[in-house]
Design a protein around this ligand. Structure first.
Ligand code: AMP
Ligand code: MG
Length: 343
């Protein structure tokens, strides 16, 4: 008899139940979400959350996003929730939107980086949701059930979109890596959009990080476009950025013409490069390896991190990336590429 994924008496797969129990016991579990693979710990357990920072090599003052099984659970974690947050949650949860809200007082400082705000999201991946539901169903002492989960990679490196990426990078550091046994995959491919709703009266709704949900979609609920990310998140000068999402191989993001010229110049001095493109370029690649992702931003985003990992493994002198156009629909991808290119 074929065993369905959601088998077992409780309707929860044995792996997911084991993972939930492991999280409750203070362990680390990596699991698929529709954005990227997350490195999860019990968000109410400071000791467990601290293990995330050790495994990733993440600075302790970087707050973590708390993942919830249901939108209603936000009330356990956030205080003074503005009405617009409920409308956004209705429209976009489960999904790639993280809301920053005023926090409840009981939450461990390590989760919020000592700030008075909390970042919350209900993810859409079916395995992430079943894990969150199984976790929330277990007996607990804390006021809320949530899983803190940043991307399951070493700090600053390329985010994982497959279980194999996580095992490669953090294998020895986590108790469990949940294999994605559904067809869902990390179909968004880049991290969630982070929207700050804690300064509505003064700054309005502010995008802290562009991501899987477009600003234009948020505008349909907000009635207006959210404010774009300020300062470091909207890079005009990539070199000034903190490096993030970066492969080990040096990476340069260039427009199409400059990329063609750079490949020619590298070829003349026998420097082998990997190139990531939106559209194919004419002419033979020579020593270089070209990867054409897509001219459609959603398709490009889905394939981006796996392609960067693949090119990184090939040990080129340099990875050259075609920078997509400066339009709203490419904002999240451009943000990742600027940071991947930053030194
Ligand atoms: P990630 O690196 O995907 O785990 O996302 C973490 C990012 O979410 C942080 O770098 C912040 O930009 C944002 N964030 C998380 N928690 C908070 C919080 N409590 N207050 C404000 N921003 C937060
Ligand atoms: Mg990350």
């Amino acid at each position: 008899m074929k065993r369905s994924f959601f088998s077992g008496e409780s309707g929860v797969s044995p792996d997911i139940q084991t993972a939930a129990v492991c999280l409750r016991a203070g362990g680390l579990v990596a699991f698929p979400t529709e954005t990227v693979y997350g490195l999860g710990a019990d968000a109410a357990n400071a000791e467990a959350a601290r293990k995330i920072f050790t495994a990733k090599g993440r600075p302790a003052n970087h707050p973590l996003i708390v993942h919830l099984a249901r939108a209603e659970d936000a009330m356990d974690w956030a205080a003074d929730i503005p009405e617009v947050a409920f409308r956004l949650a209705d429209a976009f949860w489960p999904g790639p939107l993280t809301l920053v809200l005023k926090k409840q007082t009981w939450i461990p400082e390590i989760i919020t980086g000592g700030q008075d705000t909390i970042a919350l999201r209900v993810p859409a991946h079916p395995m992430a949701l079943s894990l969150l539901q199984a976790f929330a169903a277990l007996p607990r002492r804390a006021a809320g059930a949530g899983i803190a989960a940043p991307s399951a990679n070493r700090f600053g490196r390329v985010s994982p979109t497959a279980a194999a990426h996580v095992r490669e990078e953090l294998g020895g550091m986590v108790e469990m890596v949940l294999e994605d046994t559904t067809q869902a995959g990390c179909h968004v491919g880049i991290e969630s959009t982070i929207l700050d709703l804690t300064r509505l009266g003064t700054a309005g709704a502010v995008i802290l990080r562009p991501g899987g949900l477009a600003a234009s979609e948020l505008a349909e609920v907000l009635g207006d476009l959210p404010r774009p990310p300020g300062g470091m998140s909207a890079p005009r000068v990539p070199g000034a950025l903190p490096s993030h999402y970066a492969p080990g191989t040096p990476l340069r993001a260039l427009d199409r013409a400059a990329l063609g010229a750079a490949l020619d110049a590298a070829g003349q001095t026998n420097r082998r490069c990997g190139a990531l493109l939106c559209r194919d370029i004419s002419g033979a690649p020579g020593l270089h390896v070209l990867r054409v992702l897509s001219a459609a931003p959603e398709v490009y985003a889905r394939a981006l991190y796996a392609a960067l990992r693949e090119l990184d493994r090939m040990e080129f002198a340099e990875i050259l990336v075609e920078m997509p156009p400066d339009t709203a629909e490419w904002a999240a991808v451009r943000d990742r590429l600027f940071r991947a290119a930053a030194k």
